[in-house]
Design a protein around this ligand. Structure first.
Ligand code: UD1
Length: 420
């Protein structure tokens, strides 16, 4: 049996002070890597984070004889010798975004065989919205022994209404539609910044997309997409993690690399509601907090609402707020794994249907806790900075899927944190 022996040890910080440069976005770069398969030649992606999910995505491209190289946060993807192959489940199960290669492979080769996608265990995470859209684009889909076998006698444009604005399904269909010389209309599309950035990337490759940032996307694709260079945006979830952390303790923190603050609007709104003071200076954000967190009611939602990925981090922060707080989770039906771990720290927290109810306490105590998914793991690190004494977070490979180096970042703010 495989065991993750890596852990993080962290002690309560009385105050945090310093600057963190925010890494490039994971959820933006993964679909962009998938879309690069459609170009012939060398694509270059700047500000690409060094994280396990990027490595896993590159490994999948390597199976297709695509060369990838990630040096100093610059990723080059050379598709000159790309060759069709089935993508085995032992690789696709490493990340959810492996499913985005379906749209790219179908547009490029007219067929695609790949194992089922993996990703964080935060709910059922079906892919019916992806597959229904692809069927409308004239794709036949069979599922045999955990493998998706898809083929088409020629992808066609379609007019498809997504039953829910799934980020991944919007991205998959955008990629497929951009790589064919047809017109596709996606209604009820996701409006997340990651979708907007993917649209910009596909446009720079040669696709024509109208309605970017709205729920109706009209895509006129081409089979001759060209390879381009792209500078990845900052990771709004990583930035949000550190903004929430800084809100929870006495702090004066600066985050740099924030080139488009609008992507953080709702996260900043929540930090201000909790009691933090935030200002923007050029491409950085300054946050100051006295660490006295205010209780309240919060809800996750599709963009521009508060992101579900930060729900566990918010739950950690609310342990310190006097009075009762409630977080309503509206996106993933089983995203509550933070609760059992925070109980170990002495939090008064429970789940009721799709709500997390937290009764803030003055003191929570360090303990050994277990990361079970990426964002819950990061939330436990935040909780560790808040809890009296030492906290050890085990199974941190989950965190390494999306955070370049959470220990480096939080240590640079003066916290006593290290790999154990
Ligand atoms: C992406 C993000 C993830 C984020 C989520 C919501 C990546 C790699 N991951 O995940 O961090 O939490 O968006 O912002 O970008 N659903 C279906 N059928 C489908 C697809 C989705 O029922 O075919 C449901 C899901 O189970 C979930 C909801 O729709 O309840 C949202 O999922 P979706 O927006 O697709 O999230 P992901 O793209 O998987």
């Amino acid at each position: 049996m495989w065991v993750d022996l890596k852990a993080i040890s962290v002690r309560e910080a009385s105050c945090l002070k310093g600057t963190v440069s925010i890494q490039g976005s994971k959820n933006t770069v993964l679909p962009i890597i998938a879309a690069s398969l459609l170009a012939d030649g060398v694509s270059v992606i700047y500000n690409c984070p060094h994280i396990d999910d990027v490595e896993a995505m590159c490994e999948l491209l390597n199976c297709l004889n695509v060369e990838t190289k990630l040096v100093n946060n610059v990723l080059t993807i050379d598709t000159s010798n790309a060759r069709y192959a089935c993508l085995p489940e032992k690789l696709t199960c490493k990340l959810r975004s492996s499913v985005l290669l379906l749209g790219a492979m179908l547009a490029k080769w007219g067929h695609a065989g790949l194992g089922m996608p993996g990703g964080c265990a935060i709910g059922m995470r079906p892919i019916d919205i992806h597959l229904d859209g692809l069927r409308l684009m004239n794709v036949n889909i069979d599922c045999e022994e955990g493998m998706l076998c898809c083929s088409s006698k020629g992808l066609k444009g379609c007019d498809y209404t997504l039953r829910f604005p799934s980020v991944g399904a919007t991205e998959n269909l955008l990629i497929a539609a951009s790589g064919i010389g047809e017109i596709t209309i996606l209604r009820g599309a996701a409006k997340e910044p990651e979708v907007i950035e993917l649209c910009k990337y596909l446009m720079s490759m040669g696709a024509c997309i109208e309605g970017i940032g709205t729920e109706v996307l009209i895509i006129k694709g081409t089979a001759n997409l060209k390879s381009v260079s792209y500078t990845n945006v900052y990771d709004r979830i990583v930035a949000g993690t550190y903004l929430l952390l800084a809100t929870a303790v006495c702090s004066e923190v600066r985050l740099t690399g924030i080139n488009d603050i609008s992507y953080l609007k709702n996260i900043i709104g929540v930090c201000v509601k909790l009691g933090a003071c935030i200002i923007k200076i050029n491409d950085s954000i300054r946050i100051a907090s006295d660490g006295l967190v205010k209780a309240g009611s919060f809800s996750t939602g599709i963009y521009p609402d508060f992101p579900t990925d930060l729900q566990p981090v918010l739950a950690s922060v609310l342990m310190k707020a006097y009075g009762e707080s409630v977080i309503t989770e509206t996106v993933f039906e089983k995203r509550f794994s933070i609760v059992n771990e925070l109980l170990k720290l002495g939090a008064a927290i429970c789940v009721d249907k799709n709500k997390i109810i937290i009764n803030g306490k003055k003191e929570i105590h360090g303990h050994t806790v277990k990361a079970t998914d990426l964002r819950q793991g990061a939330a436990l690190v935040v909780a560790g900075v808040m809890a009296k004494g030492y906290t050890t977070i085990t199974d941190i490979s989950f965190i390494e899927r999306g955070y370049e180096d959470i220990v480096r970042d939080i240590a640079s703010l003066g916290a006593d944190i290290a790999y154990a």
